[in-house]
Every structure is written in C-alpha cells, then in structure tokens.
Design a protein around this ligand. Structure first.
Ligand SMILES: [Zn+2]
Ligand SMILES: [Zn+2]
Length: 253
C-alpha cells in the first residue's frame, strides 16, 4: 500500500481481518491516488445487504483486511495524475459502480455497468466503511449542494437500482405501479414512484409498514400478511409495473 504524504493517523476503517471474523474499527493510512484515481474523505457511508454479505463471507480481490462499503459520499481530498474535471473540496460519491475498463464491448457501447472488468468498492478495492477511500475517477458521482451526504450515500446503490428500474419500465405518469417489499430498496422506490407521477401501491407485510409507506408517498397500502395482495391488486385494475424489491415474489404470484 502506498502511504499518502499527508497521511492522517485519525483515519479509520471498519474492516474484516479474516474469513468469518468480526468487523473491527482500525486506524488506517489513506492510499495516495495513483494515475486516474481520486481520494475522498468520506462523510457518510451506507450499509447495504451486499456489504453485510461481503463482511460475513469475504472474498476480497485485494486480500485481507477487507473494508466493505459501496454507498459512499464525501469530499475530494486528493486528485491523482491525469485526472480531469475534479479538484479538492468538491462533493462526490461512489456507489456499486466502482469503475470500468473503457475499452470492452459494453464500455464502448456506453453500458458501463456491464463492463467485463467492472470494479466494485469493497470487492475490487477497499470500500467506503472508512473515513477515506481511493477510487478510479470515472466511478465518481458529483453530489449537488442541496443533498446531504447522508441522503446522497445510499443513492449510489439502493437508489440507482430502483430509480433505473422505474424510469426504464415504460410506465407513464398516471399509470399504477406497485412496489413489493418496503425495506431499503422499497423506501426509495416509493418516493421515486410517487415523484414520477405514478399511482403508487405499496405491498408490505404487516400493519406497521402502512404509515411509513404512505408517508413516503404511496397512495395505497396492501398488507400481504392479511390479504391476498395479488388479488387485491387485480381488483384495483392491476398494475403497469410491479417492482419487486423482495427476494420472494409469492405475494403477487
Ligand atoms: Zn448495495
Ligand atoms: Zn469495460
């Protein structure tokens, strides 16, 4: 590991040091950005289910200790050689997309997320459960001033996943859209769906999710533990799109 010249002993990371081991907070040295890389001081970092899986069953490409974290928001601290368009002090984040090769078939057709050599923070290199992260500059997302770091961080994975599913679905404003599962992804899906002008139906399990779903913008709530949600949805006239954020789709089949 290259140690940055302006290293800061106060930098810390939540790391797993061995397979099956616990997550521990360690003091780390920032990695100086190489050519084409940028180092961020991390201000907020999400905890995604994929991170939890990574921490429990780590298969790091970069060896132990591993640092999970792919929902990261912070401030540009150092810019590596040859990086254009970024400078220290800018607000920036990195999500599940952690860099691409720029020359494979997918990259050349603009489909960067399906790059044959796509990189993922936490898996391909030390991730964002830390106060510092060094990433390829092409992985960075600019964060608008109106968005807090805490709001911005999870948009890089849970947010973009549901946003893209909705905007590429073909549903039009006014159409009825159902969101199955009111967890981390569902929270985003409901807010995006309502803001996009869809008549938004939340399908959860239990009455305790009802008020949350309505507060997030849902127009209707179906409790799949108390009624046949698929039948209830059909009785409403069906839906143009059912966005499933749950691992089981039995509610609507
Ligand atoms: Zn994730
Ligand atoms: Zn590529």
């Amino acid at each position: 590991m290259t140690v940055s010249q302006n290293n800061n002993p106060a930098h810390r990371a939540a790391q797993v040091t061995e397979s099956g081991g616990p997550v521990r907070i360690s003091v780390v040295q920032p990695r100086e950005p190489g050519p084409g890389e940028v180092r961020l001081d991390v201000k907020a970092s999400g905890i995604c289910a994929a991170d939890a899986g990574m921490a429990a069953n780590p298969k790091p490409a970069y060896g132990f200790p591993i640092t999970p974290g792919h929902e990261v928001a912070g401030v540009v601290a150092e810019v590596g050689e040859g990086v254009a368009g970024w400078e220290a002090g800018q607000r920036a984040g990195v999500g599940w997309f952690g860099g691409s090769c720029g020359h494979c078939t997918a990259c050349r057709s603009g489909d960067l997320v399906h790059c044959a050599e796509r990189r993922i923070p936490g898996l391909s290199y030390a991730g964002g459960w830390a106060t510092t992260i060094t990433v390829p500059a092409d992985a960075l997302i600019r964060i608008p001033d109106g968005l807090s770091y805490e709001e911005a961080a999870p948009l890089g994975c849970a947010g973009v996943t549901t946003f893209n599913a909705l905007r590429h679905s073909g549903a039009e404003p006014g159409d009825r859209v159902a969101v199955l599962g009111i967890g981390g992804l569902g929270h985003f899906a409901l807010q995006f769906a309502a803001a996009m002008g869809f008549e938004t139906v939340a399908i959860g399990r239990g009455e305790d999710k009802r008020q949350t779903a309505l507060d997030l913008g849902a127009h209707h709530y179906l409790d799949g533990s108390a009624e046949d949600a698929g039948k209830a949805l059909r009785a409403m006239g069906g839906a143009q799109l059912i966005l499933s954020t749950a691992s089981s789709s039995s509610e609507v089949t």
